[in-house]
Design a protein around this ligand. Structure first.
Ligand code: ADP
Ligand code: MG
Length: 729
């Protein structure tokens, strides 16, 4: 009998929802109690130290040593009072998770006794021996030390008994080795470029910040079943498994009532998230069975990104408390929906204006349209770069596969905004505008309704949709560090706004009035980026054909997509924009190729092992039973009668042999293919080779395993089946 599987199923019968004790007091009392935020800083820091942090936040600079030790001792006092015993620099290397190295507050005093200490220099900068993180060749091992430096714009927080200090992670020679550093640069770049453009409309705008609201999809699987699936444990997805007779056909899970065990998990998670100052707001069931979604209220993008990273970590830990495992993989189960992470992105000014929300008068609406059109143009020009920021080995199971969003980047605007853009094209003449024409156009623009949420939210098939006061980039993968896409999007819009300003200023300097110059450039841009606008069904075959006609790219091949990071347009956006140096960009691309290779390599090894050690022996075992049975029939009934009686069994015996031989042969070929790929010295070539020579075996071998699952006696099947994994609470 398949012991582990049935043991797991037995365990499942004993599961009960875990009782969750809510903190005493209401939300506002415990919200952010584990965050060293402005309130706690005011209480624990001297006036000077507090001011130093504020200034560093505002100007993006660092704080000097003297101030740093003041801040560190205040932070330590606060943390110890909250029960912390250790501290760590918390950073985001180019892997799928965050990193931390804990140190105790323990130190020797001058007289040799033991004290609790946390020096300023340890707050500001550290050198974790982080030589094993991916660096794309930037760090040779002999100079392996990277260092971490405090990001004052994101507050420290406590997890368990550890004070966590958000930091950037940089090589000894100053190159970024993480997601946070380029994100901070891109946010600064879009701030500067957007302020310059806002100046056309409102001189009071001095700062533009980026808002981000992520929506995180995930699966929850029972711990016992999870552990009985080595593929889930090692790769995050099921590499085999026949689909369940019932999965999501009836749409009965989507927005349905949340199972009690899951609900306990969610409540537990929300309380912890709120204590950490993560403004979690929405929870619901998603389309696939056992799939859920969580979303907070949007925040400043760097903080929102830290919070997404933090909550993914928190979810993993809290899931264990409830005897669940959380799956972030984009496609843990074939045949049903996978998980994504929507990136809701917008810009807002220090004067309180959301630049993607229609305003109240022609002037604010012209500003709104300016930002919308520039964003469209940025997306149009940088479609390949945007895709490169989100298309990974795991996300490629969704993008461009039989499930949305497509690998074609397009933007959906909704009828109101779309017709306004068409109006600009139609009504702005090529010659100088007459006062009447200007008035008419401005009046029209003034009529954009303030609330246009309804008509914009309907198209769910668009990878980049305008949703009333923001753009929603929906092609991001659920495992992703959302900084990668936010960096690229912000950098692309920054570059575009700079181009726009140069063009408008050019016309103004030649004597064109400001508004007219803006109208003319907008018109030109609207015409140029028209191919990116699409409001139809993004999942349809027709759209693929139409996109080709429009000259849009449709890249589903991961290594090819990664290579687009080094295209001239991408370089212009990222390198000229000051987000990454050439060396950093090249290193990042190397890391992406490497990650792709490792992901496929691991999947291929795991599948090979499971096939040979679990599946083939089980199938052969069952086949032996069939053979014994047919031999028995022959003995009892004699040749003639037996032939008829055992016909279907003989077919089964043949079928099993056919599948097991195919599995064995293909596994041998797959190993050979891996060996050949591994010899290739170049990262890109290796990734391409893994993509074309190894990857297809995963589906091909799986096909035979899934067929065997349908044949072999259920009692003998070793791995929990889809119906068990997906309908477990
Ligand atoms: P839906 O599922 O309809 O897309 P949700 O409410 O689940 O909507 O998520 C929308 C996300 O977008 C939330 O995080 C929300 O706070 C965020 N959001 C709303 N307005 C903005 C904005 N102007 N800029 C950025 N994010 C926003
Ligand atoms: Mg959404």
């Amino acid at each position: 009998m398949a012991t582990l599987r049935f043991h797991a199923l037995d365990e499942l019968l004993t599961r009960a929802p875990k009782e969750v004790k809510l903190p005493s007091g209401n939300l506002t009392e415990y919200y952010a109690e584990k965050v060293f935020n402005t309130d706690s800083m005011r209480r624990y820091l001297s006036k000077e130290a507090f001011a130093a942090v504020e200034v560093a936040n505002l100007k993006g600079g660092t704080i000097n040593r003297k101030m740093a030790s003041g801040v560190a001792s205040g932070m330590k006092a606060w943390a110890i009072e909250k029960g912390a015993t250790h501290y760590t620099h918390w950073f985001q290397p180019l892997t799928d998770t965050t990193a931390e190295k804990h140190d105790g507050f323990i130190d020797y005093a001058d007289n040799g006794s033991i004290i609790e200490n946390f020096a300023g220099k340890l707050l500001v900068q550290q050198e974790p021996d982080a030589s094993s993180f991916p660096s794309g060749g930037i760090r040779q091992t002999f100079e392996a030390r990277g260092y971490t430096a405090w990001d004052t714009s994101s507050p420290a927080f406590i997890v368990g008994t550890t004070l966590c200090i958000p930091t950037v992670f940089i090589s000894y020679t100053g190159e970024a080795l993480d997601y946070k550093t380029p994100l901070l640069k891109a946010l600064a770049a879009v701030d500067e470029a957007a302020v310059a453009v806002c100046q056309y409309f409102d001189k009071n705008v001095t700062r533009v910040h980026t808002n981000m609201g992520w929506e995180q999809e995930y699966f929850l699987i029972d711990e016992a079943l999870f552990k009985a699936r080595p593929d889930l444990v090692l790769t995050g997805r099921t590499l085999m498994g026949h689909s369940s007779s019932k999965d999501q056909q009836l749409d009965d899970h989507y927005f349905g009532s949340i199972p009690e065990r899951v609900s306990s998990f969610m409540i537990d998670l929300e309380v912890e998230a709120h204590k950490l100052g993560i403004p979690v707001k929405t929870r619901h069931n998603e389309v696939a069975p056992s799939q859920y979604e969580l979303a907070p209220i949007f925040e400043e993008a760097n903080l929102a990104n830290d919070h997404n990273q933090l909550i993914m970590d928190l979810m993993k830990r809290i899931a264990r408390r409830h005897k669940f495992r959380v799956l972030f993989h984009e496609k843990p189960f074939a045949g049903i929906n996978g998980s994504g992470k929507h990136n809701n992105w917008s810009l807002g000014t220090n004067t309180g204006v959301v630049l993607y929300a229609p305003g109240k008068n022609p002037k604010t609406n012209l500003q709104f349209l300016t930002f919308v059109v520039n964003t469209l143009m940025a997306v149009y020009k940088n479609q390949d770069l945007l895709r490169a920021s989100i298309l990974t080995a795991s996300n490629s199971h969704r993008l461009g596969a039989n499930e949305a969003p497509p690998a074609i980047i397009s933007a959906f605007l909704g009828t109101e905004v779309s017709s306004m853009l068409d109006k600009i094209v139609a009504e702005v003449p090529d010659t100088k505008m007459t006062p009447d024409q200007k008035t008419a156009l401005k009046l029209g623009i003034g009529r954009i309704p303030e609330i246009i949420l309804d008509s914009t939210d309907r198209n769910r098939t668009s990878p980049f949709a305008f949703t009333g006061n923001r753009f929603e980039f929906r092609a991001v993968g659920s495992t992703a560090n959302v900084a990668a896409s936010t960096t690229v999007l912000s950098a692309a819009v920054a570059a575009q706004l700079r181009d726009f300003k140069t063009e408008v200023d050019g016309l103004i300097s030649k004597g064109t009035g400001k508004d007219e110059a803006i109208f003319q450039i907008l018109k030109k841009m609207i015409i140029e980026c028209a191919p990116i606008r699409f409001s139809g069904d993004g999942y349809s075959e027709d759209w693929k054909k139409e996109a080709v006609k429009r000259g849009l790219t449709n890249i589903t091949d991961v290594p090819e997509s990664i290579s687009k990071y080094l295209d001239p347009t991408a370089k212009r956006t990222l390198i000229e924009g000051g987000i990454l140096s050439e060396k950093e960009l090249e290193a990042r691309v190397e890391v992406e190729y490497e990650k792709f290779v490792y992901k496929i390599q691991i999947e291929s090894r795991v599948l090979g092992d499971l096939a040979i050690n679990h599946i083939v022996p089980t199938a052969v075992h069952y086949q032996t039973r069939l053979i014994q049975n047919t031999q028995g029939l022959k003995e009892i009934f004699g040749e003639e009668e037996y032939k008829e009686m055992a016909a279907s069994r003989l077919d089964l015996i043949r079928e099993i042999s056919h599948h097991t031989s195919a599995i064995k042969d293909m596994r041998a070929d797959m190993i050979q293919a891996r060996k050949e790929c591994n010899k290739l010295p170049d990262g890109k070539e290796k990734a391409e080779a893994y993509n074309t020579k190894v990857r297809h075996f995963l589906d091909e071998i799986r096909y035979h395993i899934d067929k065997l699952e349908l044949i072999v006696d259920d009692e003998m099947w070793p791995l929990p089946k889809y119906r068990e994994l997906l309908f477990n609470c």
